[in-house]
Write a protein that binds this ligand. Structure first.
Ligand code: ADQ
Length: 498
């Protein structure tokens, strides 16, 4: 039990979306509590300490009063309450689709050419962050700890201070923090950094992100003083003191490992593989997103089939893409490009009895997803940049030891923890990824077992419960020297002779 659960102080979780599934049948709204790693990790803390979860329910039409009632009904037995922040259509367009998804998302994934820096987006961002802060202030009690999540809500801490709230606040960024040169392209770079510095604790996924953030802060705050060098450090800036830490997010390992061995998953996995006899199956599972490197991956697979003809008939790539943000033109264009590439590569290589790429564009239920993790020998996870990438960890938890290999982008946050077991690749290099595919397919069971053993150990040890615990402890611990520095990935240098 963590320190935060032994006291009497409540936890207030704030995220863009509430952890619920909203459905409208005829004229009736239904709200059911959500599932997923973050909810299951935070639920026990919220239940033990009492607490609330504040966020947008995802609708712009429902009346606020009936909404509160329905949310109350949906969480009657969950042990905590949900409080909605109501957004209108303009907020949804300019804050959610605009600033969050056309500015911060691409910029923080180093894809500045995808950004649309429309001035009205920043106004919407600060307006909506203020709305969140107002709902927090209406619901907070003295002594509460407020934990704000992710890139949609970076200025909430500052808005809370402006409203006179003195409660302690923490913020966790689930996506990467970009390097100085890229961050500096943001027209609102200074006010955004200043706003972030109003939190009492800021958490990043990796040391890489924390270092990038510190470089940016140094630029606007020459008086910055840093103490400590472990997992959590202290900054003194502009007369204030705050903590900054690295907390690589994990998964509920035990649950994934257990469910991955259920009869239903085993049956389904066997069934999937029966359709692909004698093949080593490569698996990609991603939300539809240009940061996930899906088109680069298809090109790498094409390169592998061109250079290593012995792979024909011996391997198949199953690519699962979960629909996401499809109404944004960039995402729609990506879908078109992926489908064009799949058609082209399959047209180029398909022979009687063998289709190289199986492409699935839909959301899978949990049993299906676990069956794919279990059935496929090689996970091909090659995002161009990723805060962490939980698919990589879920694959390790479910896949049988001794049979599977993880090929992982060195630009996924997960690379820092998983570097000793995975085959790390630069996702931009089609040749390097093709060689890793070749190597994985030829890897013997001994090496597979040794690598997967290390991977499972890391994913088990640093699970989602460890993550919640570490963040909440970092908020209150007196002595920060007990937080050891996490692993870091540094690309291996080749010896160059000039
Ligand atoms: P995401 O970008 O969404 O998360 P990721 O970490 O891979 O990326 O999480 C995806 C989740 O969706 C996984 O838990 C997975 O099980 C689920 N999922 C994937 N395919 C599915 C399918 N076909 N059907 C149903 N569910 C599916 C952001 C950041 C990441 C960071 C997480 C958590 O971009 O870098 O790891 O937050 O902090």
């Amino acid at each position: 039990m963590n320190d935060m659960t032994t006291g009497s102080k409540r936890l207030v979780v704030v995220s863009n979306r509430l952890p619920i599934v909203v459905k409208q049948l005829d004229d009736q709204w239904t709200f059911t509590p959500g599932s997923g790693g973050l909810v299951s990790a935070l639920a026990p803390v919220l239940r033990n300490r009492g607490g609330i979860w504040i966020g947008w329910p995802g609708t712009v039409d429902a009346e606020p009063e009936s909404l509160t009632e329905l949310l109350h009904e949906a969480t009657r037995h969950s042990g905590y309450t949900l409080k909605p922040v109501t957004l209108d259509n303009r907020d949804k367009e300019d804050f959610y689709y605009g600033f969050a998804n056309e500015v911060i998302w691409p910029l923080f994934h180093d894809l500045q050419s995808h950004c649309n820096f429309a001035p009205r987006y920043w106004d919407a961002y600060t307006r909506v962050n203020r709305k969140f802060a107002e709902v927090i202030t209406e619901n907070v009690e003295s002594g509460d700890f407020i934990w704000v999540h992710d890139y949609h809500l970076m200025t909430v801490g500052q808005e809370l201070r402006a409203l006179g709230l003195r409660a302690r606040t923490g913020f966790f960024l689930h996506i990467p923090f970009p390097p100085l040169d890229i961050y500096m392209k943001l027209p609102w770079r200074f006010p955004l950094l200043r706003a972030l510095l109003e939190y009492d604790l800021i958490g990043f996924q990796t040391l890489r992100d924390r270092r990038n953030f510190l470089q940016c802060v140094r630029l606007i705050a020459p008086d910055l003083a840093v103490t400590g060098k472990g997992q959590v450090i202290t900054l003194r800036v502009g007369g204030r003191e705050l903590r900054v830490g690295t907390f690589p997010i994990g998964i509920d390992f035990k649950e994934f490992a257990r469910d991955g061995k259920s009869d239903e998953v085993i049956r389904k996995a066997k069934h999937l593989h029966e359709d692909l006899p004698g093949r080593q199956v490569l698996l990609g599972v991603d939300r539809l997103d240009y940061t996930k490197g899906i088109c680069h991956r298809f090109e790498a697979f094409r390169n592998a089939l061109q250079r290593f003809p012995e792979l024909h008939h011996r391997t198949t790539l199953i690519q699962v893409v979960v629909p996401s943000r499809e109404d944004i033109p960039k995402y729609h264009a990506l879908k078109m490009e992926m489908e064009r590439l799949v058609g082209e590569i399959n047209g180029q290589f398909t022979q009687s009895g063998w289709v190289p790429i199986h492409y699935i564009f839909r959301s899978l239920n949990r049993t299906e997803l676990l069956a794919y993790y279990r059935a496929c020998e090689i996970a091909l996870i090659t995002p161009l940049k990723d805060g962490m990438n939980l698919v990589a960890k879920e694959f390790c938890a479910v896949s049988p030891e001794g049979e599977s290999v993880l090929i992982l982008s060195e630009f996924a946050g997960a690379a820092a923890q998983l570097q000793k077991g995975a085959l790390l690749v630069n996702p931009y290099s089609v040749e390097e990824v093709a060689e890793a595919i070749h190597r994985a397919i030829h890897m013997g069971p001994g090496e597979r077992r040794a690598r997967m053993h290390k991977l499972k150990r890391f994913v088990r040890e640093y699970d989602i419960f460890w993550w919640v615990d570490a963040f909440l402890k970092a908020a209150i611990a007196k002595d920060l020297s007990n937080f050891p520095a996490p692993e870091e990935y540094v690309p291996h240098m080749e010896t160059i002779s000039l």
